[in-house]
Design a binder for this molecule. Structure first.
Ligand SMILES: *Cc1c(COP(=O)(O)O)cnc(C)c1O
Length: 234
């Protein structure tokens, strides 16, 4: 065996054991999005061979390349900030869009999904972190959007829940407080706008360093990258 093959083999085994470790920590109702951004197809295939089917990516070009060359039964989730002019490229195949942070983006997804005869599940990204660098609606902006925009007329998107990122900190109490605030907001939106819509059910929260806290706070979907695939090389 050549050195390169050996390295690939070691990497494959690492990825599969990391994946299994994360899986054993998740209750059955929590789905795992394996965040494969910046990792090559071989890494994704290693996880795929261990049974993983949901993968998360955050760049349209990188995702479209991977989607074209990897198994067709992979469910691709777009987890990053999405520009409206990129929606048309992913609309034919994307399984879920996690970070919808404007009505304009939601309307564009609806328009492109209609062209493909699809209904695309979307999550509303809510800003819960202390840091103000990140995207997302504030609680109030999200209420206002749902109160004033004609989102009920969009028949090719399914607003399926909320997504958020906690502050990047070691302060577990702070992270928990933020995740709990997202869970409460999810419940408020469910009761106020989506009480009769079974599709509104997801709380996407939790990454490599905080997914256990997120699960405790009621996450239904964790997005874990480096804990499975190793550090990203940008
Ligand atoms: C990159 C990314 C993740 C995964 O981050 P890790 O710390 O590697 O687990 C999760 N969610 C979003 C939105 C991301 O951009």
């Amino acid at each position: 065996m050549q050195t390169n093959d050996k390295q690939t083999l070691i990497k494959t085994m690492d990825i599969q054991s990391n994946l299994n470790e994360v899986r054993t920590q998740l209750p059955p109702q929590v789905r795992l999005v394996a965040v494969s951004k910046f990792h090559p197809n071989e890494a994704i295939l290693a996880a795929y061979e261990a049974g993983q089917r949901i993968f998360g990516e955050s760049k349209e070009q990188e995702l479209s390349k991977k989607q074209a060359s990897l198994p067709a039964d992979i469910q691709w989730h777009f987890i990053g900030h999405l520009q409206t002019n990129k929606v048309k490229y992913i609309a034919p195949y994307i399984a879920m869009i996690h970070a919808v942070d404007t009505y304009k983006l939601l309307a564009e997804i609806d328009k492109q999904a209609a062209k493909c005869n699809r209904v695309i599940p979307c999550l509303l990204e809510i800003h819960i972190a202390e840091e103000d660098s990140k995207y997302g609606f504030s609680f109030q902006e999200c209420r206002e959007m749902l109160d004033t925009e004609p989102w009920r007329e969009l028949t090719h998107v399914a607003i399926s829940g909320v997504m958020g990122m906690a502050t990047n900190t070691d302060d577990q109490a702070e992270i928990t407080k933020e995740f709990e605030s997202l869970h409460r907001f999810f419940t408020e939106l469910k009761d106020t706008y989506f009480a009769h819509d079974d599709r509104f059910k997801e709380i996407s929260m939790g990454m490599s360093h905080d997914y256990l806290l997120a699960v405790k706070a009621g996450s239904t979907m964790v997005r874990v990258g480096s804990k499975i695939f190793g550090e990203r090389v940008y």
